[in-house]
Ligand binder design. Structure first.
Ligand SMILES: [Zn+2]
Length: 263
């Protein structure tokens, strides 16, 4: 499954779709909320980590406690209950004040994405089950293995299946969030880009305004990429590069320009 994601995403980027991929979907003039920029921090990075709690969780937990920057964790409910270790990891995560938690479905489609997205009601039920199980304090969700957006009247489809499911989630009150940039993983689940190279991609995404909302980049990576000291070091190094750059600030998705608070 993990290999499938990486392959899929490398394909997306490799095919050149990333370059200006929101061109047809984003009409900046019509954004209901204008991107807020101050004099020092021109750009905002939303660091998001999917699929936890899993083996990478203790490493991630430790890095963000140390670096003291915000991140959003998109959690999968079935992982919490498949192993006592992971149940325990979630308890630790909840004590980490740098983390916000968001819905990434209960089953992660059981890794059968064709079946899953052919049945939008199953997708909705799976998202609601996770919402009830982990008690998220917002209505943000990310669809398993799909870079889809449905937020504040704006939408983007990644070209794979799941469009009807995204529409249904939106109708039921979810804010579906994808990503602008991915820290990819190789076939052994190791980070592909070096911290320097990822940082360069991030700066390019800001300067070229190649994100769903210009000036605001949502970065995706996965829990299972950070399961040893070397990957942990790369995570630290990337965060430090961003922290040293006075133009960029870290934020939680609850500060995203299009985000609406749960009623
Ligand atoms: Zn996932």
């Amino acid at each position: 499954m993990k290999k499938f994601y990486s392959g899929l995403l490398i394909f997306l980027i490799g095919a050149g779709n990333w370059q200006g991929k929101y061109g047809h979907a984003t009409d900046i003039q019509s954004l209901p909320v204008k991107a807020v920029r101050d004099t020092v921090h021109t750009y905002t990075l939303y660091f998001t980590i999917d699929d936890g709690p899993l083996e990478g969780t203790p490493y991630i937990d430790s890095v963000f406690r140390e670096e003291k920057v915000p991140a959003d964790l998109f959690l999968v409910g079935s992982h919490v209950y498949q192993d006592e270790l992971f149940t325990d990891y979630l308890k630790k995560l909840r004590k980490n004040k740098w983390f916000e938690f968001d819905n990434h479905s209960y089953t992660h489609a059981n890794e059968d994405y064709n079946f899953y997205y052919a049945h939008p009601k199953i997708v909705l039920h799976d998202m609601e089950r996770n919402q009830d199980s982990l008690h998220f304090n917002n209505t943000i969700c990310r669809m398993p293995a799909r870079n889809m957006w449905r937020i504040a009247g704006k939408r983007f489809d990644d070209g794979f299946s799941g469009s009807s499911s995204a529409n249904l989630l939106k109708r039921k009150g979810y804010q579906v969030i994808g990503w602008d940039l991915e820290w990819e993983a190789d076939s052994l689940n190791r980070p592909v880009q070096s911290p320097d190279s990822l940082f360069h991609q991030l700066k390019r995404a800001f300067y070229d305004e190649e994100s769903f909302v210009p000036g605001h980049v949502v970065l995706l990576c996965h829990d299972w990429m950070f399961t040893n000291a070397s990957a942990k070091k790369e995570l630290e190094n990337f965060i430090r590069l961003v922290k040293e750059d006075k133009e960029i600030r870290f934020e939680w998705l609850k500060k995203y320009p299009l985000y609406k608070k749960k009623k």
